[in-house]
Design a protein around this ligand. Structure first.
Ligand SMILES: [Zn+2]
Length: 136
C-alpha cells in the first residue's frame, strides 16, 4: 500500500516527468515502487492508497481525518440484563434525538454540534430516569 506524504527530497517522475520539491504532497509506495506528485500517474505505476476514500473528500473535511486506532474487543457472552439496558439506552438516544430536532430545527442533524447536543440530552434524560426510578 502506498501513501500520500510530503516530499523529503526534490524529485522528478521517471514516468511522466512531473517535478516536485521538498514539502510538496507526493504519492509514494515502496513495493512495488511507485512515486509521483500526480495521483493518476502514481496509480498507473501500480500504486494504491490505503485510505483512498479520505483523499477523495472535499478539502474542507480533511481536518476531520483521524488516524485509525486499534481496539481490542474481548469475546464474552452478553447477559440478558445488559441487552435490556442497551435497548433502554437506544430508546433514550432516540428520544434525545427527537428533542434535539425540536429545540434546534435548523441545525444540521449530521453535524458535530448536533451530536454533542444530543449526547448531552441523553445524559440529562438518564439522570431524570434514574431519579424517577429511585423515588418509586
Ligand atoms: Zn508521474
Amino acid at each position: 500500500m502506498g501513501t500520500k506524504m510530503k516530499a523529503k527530497f526534490d524529485g522528478m517522475c521517471k514516468n511522466c516527468g512531473e517535478e516536485w520539491h521538498v514539502g510538496n504532497e507526493i504519492f509514494y509506495q515502496k513495493d512495488p515502487k511507485a512515486i509521483c506528485a500526480d495521483q493518476e500517474c502514481f496509480k498507473s505505476q501500480g500504486g494504491s492508497l490505503e485510505f483512498r476514500s479520505n483523499y477523495n473528500r472535499p478539502a474542507q473535511q480533511t481536518s476531520f481525518y483521524r488516524e485509525k486506532i486499534k481496539f481490542n474487543l474481548p469475546h464474552v457472552d452478553v447477559p440478558e440484563g445488559v441487552t435490556q439496558s442497551a435497548e433502554t439506552l437506544v430508546a433514550v438516544i432516540t428520544k434525545a434525538d427527537q428533542l434535539a430536532r425540536m429545540f434546534y430545527p435548523e441545525l444540521d442533524s449530521e453535524s458535530q454540534v448536533f451530536g454533542q447536543i444530543r449526547s448531552k440530552l441523553v445524559d440529562q434524560l438518564l439522570v431524570v430516569i434514574f431519579n424517577e426510578y429511585k423515588s418509586r
